[in-house]
Design a protein around this ligand. Structure first.
Ligand code: CP
Ligand code: NVA
Length: 304
């Protein structure tokens, strides 16, 4: 494994390796076993958007393995790349750090950085996808359900970065993914087709009625209605997405053992209610914890 740009590019073998290494590194962490194979290594991080989980998980993972991390932050889109070209930064950073994690507005920037640099590049959220989030989500899903083949994941809401990665992960795991949301916010049919072609099939369906969608669900997953950078559209989106809120009423239409997931941060009272977040079916904090274990797994594959 070199880069993690998208789950489709990671492919079946990379997917299985990263999941099993993350589970192994989590077990070592839980057993109090200290590894230090990142000693003398530095991770460079670009954050063009805010972060709690991702940034803290990356640093915490690196620290726990004896390495260190340096974070570059910008508060407006494109600020990093106005000062100096992506190409030059990729070449310079490749001389200075052992790997680079990037959260950007433009996915193309991450791809260019990976092409021009010579160290591994990890996409830690772009407008296109959020692969490391979804690796943690499926590690969580496995912990709850074991073998995932034939399981059903229902995603309610925006056909966004997280949703795209969930489609790819479902194809890689033999999971049926049902999307439920308003017509204007569907996942692009061309994306579904690309996943089908590249990964040899995907069990994907759309169900506009959220109560029908969650019938028989193993996982009921949602994300914010307006992603970072879409704040100006929040009002319009709220009206469109209201019927898709994950609440006690909707969960009553799902099996009682269905697991509630959200990548966080959540807007409590909007896409998900307090009772769904805090109830016994919620796995949201397990997902958050697994973000760190996944980065420890990734660093083990990159640096050990
Ligand atoms: N889920 C997630 O990526 O959270 P942060 O934006 O806080 O990193
Ligand atoms: N779709 C959300 C995910 C945040 C982790 C966003 O891009 O803001």
């Amino acid at each position: 494994m070199t880069n993690i740009l998208s789950l489709v590019e990671l492919g079946k073998e990379g997917w299985e390796r990263v999941l099993s290494e993350s589970a192994a590194m989590k077990a070592r962490f839980r057993a109090g076993i200290h590894d230090s194979f990142c000693q003398g290594r530095t991770l460079g991080m670009y954050f063009e958007k805010p972060s709690l989980r991702t940034r803290v998980s990356l640093e915490s993972a690196m620290n726990s393995l004896g390495g260190s991390a340096i974070c570059l932050e910008a508060d407006s889109p494109g600020r990093f790349w106005a000062r100096e070209s992506v190409k030059d930064q990729a070449r310079v950073m490749s001389r200075l750090v052992g790997a680079v994690a990037m959260r950007t507005f433009s996915h193309a920037v991450i791809e260019e950085f990976a092409r021009e640099g010579s160290v591994p590049v990890i996409n830690v959220l772009s407008d296109y996808s959020h692969p490391t989030q979804v690796i943690a989500d499926f590690l969580t899903f496995r912990e709850y359900r074991g073998d995932l083949r034939g399981r059903k994941l229902v995603y309610l809401g925006d056909g966004n970065n997280v949703a795209r990665s969930l489609v790819a992960a479902s194809a890689l795991s033999g999971v049926r993914l049902v999307w439920s949301g308003p017509a204007g916010y569907r996942l692009e049919p061309s994306y579904i087709e690309m996943v089908r072609e590249k990964l040899g099939g995907v069990d994907f369906a759309e169900e506009p009625d959220p109560r029908k969608a969650v019938a028989g669900a193993d996982v009921v997953y949602t994300d914010v209605w307006a992603s970072m950078g879409q704040e100006a559209e929040a009002g319009r989106r709220e009206d469109a997405f209201k019927p898709y809120q994950v609440n006690a009423g909707l969960l009553a239409a799902a099996p009682p053992e269905a697991v509630v997931m959200h990548c966080l941060p959540a807007h409590r009272g909007a896409e998900i209610t307090d009772e769904a977040m805090d109830g016994g079916q919620s796995a949201v904090y397990d997902q958050a914890e697994n973000r760190m274990h996944v980065y420890r797994g990734i660093f083990s594959l990159l640096f050990r």
